[in-house]
Design a binder for this molecule. Structure first.
Ligand code: ATR
Length: 276
C-alpha cells in the first residue's frame, strides 16, 4: 500500500521538504508520496487529534505548529522532550508519536563538513535565542561544549535558555558580543539576519581566533554576509543547507525503513531549487 507523508505547516508552500523526500523516494524506488498540508492554526488541534483519518502515516511539522505537535503526541523522543517541540511525526498503533530531528540536522551537518569540529569544543557563541537556537544550544551542550554564550536582541529569551539548559548557557547583550568572540571556537547564527529580504548580520569578526569555525542556519542565500565575511578572514565556514538536508534523514528512515544519504546530487538539486 502506498505510504503518504507530508509537511504540515502554515504557510508551507515554500518548503523544500517535498524535494528532499521526493528525491529519496525515487532513488530507493519506494511506493510512497511526500506532499504538503497547509493547516491553519485554528484547526491544527483537530487535525492532529484525528491524524489517523488524514490518510498520512506520518509527517514533518514546521512553523507555527511544532509546539502543537508536541502536545498532540502520546510519546516523544528525548530531544523533543527537552525542546518542547516536535518536527517529525508517525503513527504507532493509531497513536501519534513525535521526535525532534533539528538537533541531529545541525550536528550531522557540521560532522559531514568538518569532522573534527567538536574536538575540544570549548566555548561556542550562538546568535539568537528562538526555536532554532534552542535546538542548537541543546546539541552543543550534548556534544560536550563547556559553555554556550547566547547573544540575543531580546535578553529575556537568552535568559530562558539558561533556565532550561543550566549555567553552561551564558546570555549576553548583543552589544557585548565583541568581547566574547576571542575565546570562541564556533560561531553560529540562528537569527534571520542575512536572509534574503532581511537586513544583513553585521558583526566585527576580527576578535575570532584563526581556528574558529563559523556557521549559519540561513541558507538563502547559501553564502550569507556572515559566511562571506568569515571566508574573507580565512576562517572555516559551513553553510546552513546541510542542516535542512540532514534533519530530514531520521524521518525518512522512520516512515520508509531505509536510511537515506545526503548525497552531492541531492545538495545540487536543492541549490538549483533555491534559485527558482
Ligand atoms: P527560529 O525558530 O528560526 O529560531 P524565531 O523563534 O522567530 O525563529 O527566532 C528568531 C531569532 O532571530 C530571534 O533570536 C530574534 O531575536 P528576538 O528574540 O530579539 O526577536 C532574531 N532576530 C530576528 N530579527 C532580528 C533583528 N532584526 N535583529 C536582531 N535579531 C533578530
Amino acid at each position: 500500500m502506498t505510504r503518504h507523508v507530508a509537511i504540515i505547516g502554515h504557510p508551507v508552500s515554500h518548503s523544500r521538504s517535498p524535494l528532499i523526500h521526493g528525491y529519496w523516494l525515487r532513488q530507493h524506488g519506494i511506493d510512497g508520496t511526500y506532499g504538503v498540508r497547509d493547516v491553519a492554526p485554528e484547526t491544527i488541534e483537530a487535525f492532529f487529534s484525528d491524524f489517523a483519518a488524514s490518510g498520512l502515516i506520518g509527517g514533518n511539522v514546521t512553523v507555527p505548529h511544532k509546539e502543537a505537535a508536541f502536545r498532540a503526541c502520546v510519546a516523544r523522543d528525548s530531544v523533543a522532550q527537552a525542546l518542547g517541540a516536535v518536527n517529525t511525526l508517525w503513527l504507532e498503533n493509531g497513536d501519534l508519536h513525535g521526535a525532534n530531528t533539528d538537533v541531529h540536522g545541525f550536528l550531522a551537518n557540521l560532522d559531514a563538513a568538518e569532522p573534527e569540529w567538536a574536538r575540544a569544543l570549548g566555548e561556542a557563541v550562538v546568535l539568537g535565542a528562538g526555536g532554532a537556537a534552542r535546538a542548537i544550544v541543546y546539541g552543543l551542550l550534548e556534544r560536550g561544549g563547556d559553555r554556550v554564550v547566547v547573544a540575543n536582541r531580546t535578553r529575556a529569551r537568552g535568559e530562558a535558555l539558561r533556565e532550561t539548559f543550566g549555567p553552561r548557557v551564558q546570555p549576553i547583550e548583543w552589544r557585548d558580543l565583541g568581547g566574547r568572540l576571542m575565546g570562541c571556537r564556533l560561531l553560529v547564527n540562528t537569527t534571520s539576519l542575512g536572509m534574503k529580504g532581511q537586513p544583513p548580520l553585521d558583526i566585527d569578526l576580527s576578535a575570532l581566533s584563526p581556528d574558529a569555525l563559523v556557521t549559519d542556519i540561513v541558507y538563502v542565500p547559501l553564502e550569507t554576509p556572515l559566511l562571506k565575511a568569515a571566508k574573507a578572514r580565512g576562517l572555516a565556514t559551513v553553510d546552513g543547507l546541510g542542516m535542512l538536508l540532514h534533519q530530514a534523514v531520521p524521518g525518512f528512515e522512520r516512515w520508509f525503513g531505509v536510511r537515506p544519504q545526503v548525497t552531492p546530487e541531492l545538495r545540487a538539486l536543492a541549490i538549483a531549487d533555491l534559485k527558482t
